[in-house]
Write a protein that binds this ligand. Structure first.
Ligand SMILES: [Zn+2]
Length: 158
């Protein structure tokens, strides 16, 4: 099967049935293929990879996991909090990946910016280069991630 056909099939599942309730595509009228292409372009133009962005989000998740329940400060720069819910959510790309339903909120205190993402977001970005559609409650703008974590510099957590 062609890759484009496969993407169309995944898109159909995101727009109907159980998967639609997660609003992966939000109110975006572009096709899934167009959304993927546009975000690929954004990340390329930032000189980064999807894996770079996923790495920063994963670092926040790991820190939050270690400090469940209370907002956790990283120096005087970030405040991180995690909210856990029961159950898991399946990756819409049909690879049998299930993420725990956990949401992480990170605030960059210096720039007064807040970013919310789910554990599934990390997988979607890392494995599929998918940042969700405009209007989705879990849409992650690659530029916002870079503003949060300081662009080309690798934010290392010790
Ligand atoms: Zn997946």
């Amino acid at each position: 099967m062609h890759k484009v056909d496969r993407i169309s099939q995944i898109e159909a599942k995101m727009r109907t049935g159980v998967l639609a309730s997660y609003q992966f595509l939000g109110t975006d009228e572009r096709s899934l293929a167009e959304i993927l292409t546009a975000d690929q372009f954004s990340v390329d133009s930032l000189g980064l990879t999807h894996q770079d962005l996923a790495k920063w989000l994963t670092a926040c998740l790991r820190l939050a996991e270690a400090n469940l329940g209370t907002p956790f400060a990283v120096g005087n720069r970030f405040l991180i909090q995690i909210d856990e819910h029961k159950g898991t959510i399946a990756c819409p790309f049909g690879d049998n990946y299930h993420a725990p339903k956990r949401n992480v909120t990170v605030t960059n205190l210096k720039h007064n910016l807040t970013l919310c993402f789910s554990e599934l977001n990390i997988h979607l970005i890392e494995e599929h280069g998918f940042y969700e559609g405009e209007g989705s409650p879990y849409r992650i703008n690659p530029h916002t991630v870079v503003q949060m974590f300081g662009g080309g510099q690798l934010w290392v957590i010790s």
